[in-house]
Ligand binder design. Structure first.
Ligand code: SF4
Length: 164
């Protein structure tokens, strides 16, 4: 996996103070996408063991408490990204069970592959769906068009009969 940007302290991508990773690779090609430079999975910086270590360290930084990790892009659920992202989200939840994980994807929750679902099982808040320019809505928090959903998976999991 490659990534475009890593922000060790971020207050605009999710609730609270966060670490945010923008990965490379997206196959949705939404018209009007503001991040088209992230589409090519070969662009950006190599995501290495050291990158993962850095994120884990930053999340544990007691000088500036982070509420959690945000994963965006590009698409963290792009097929080539799944191994690295799954390893990361598992490690974050094992190391810091009280920190939350937000993930932005162009796929819809209902359309996820088995492997994408494995990642999402560790995610607390999912923003799903492609950006659709004709549904652009600047009043929405953390998403650009009204077809995109902000799904609180933690709440959903607590509901009876929920089976992702
Ligand atoms: S899913 Fe996101 S990054 Fe990918 S094309 Fe659509 S808006 Fe751009």
């Amino acid at each position: 996996m490659n990534y475009q940007q890593y922000y060790p302290i971020d207050v605009v991508n999710g609730v609270g103070t966060r670490c945010t990773l923008f990965v490379s690779g997206c196959e949705h090609f939404c018209a009007g996408c503001h991040n088209s430079s992230t589409w090519d999975p070969s662009k950006g910086h190599p995501y290495t063991e050291e990158t993962e270590e850095q994120i884990i360290r930053d999340l544990g930084d007691t000088r500036v408490v982070r509420d959690g990790l945000s994963l965006s892009g590009g698409d963290p659920l792009f097929p080539n990204n799944l191994d690295s992202v799954l390893k990361l989200v598992k490690r974050v939840k094992t190391t810091y069970p009280d920190k939350d994980i937000w993930l932005w994807t162009g796929y819809t929750l209902e359309g996820l592959s088995d492997k994408q679902q494995q990642v999402v099982e560790f995610v607390d808040t999912l923003i799903d769906g492609k950006y659709e320019a004709d549904k652009r809505d600047l009043t929405l928090a953390w998403r650009g068009s009204s077809n995109q959903r902000l799904i609180n998976l933690t709440e959903l999991r607590d509901e009876e009969n929920y089976d992702l």
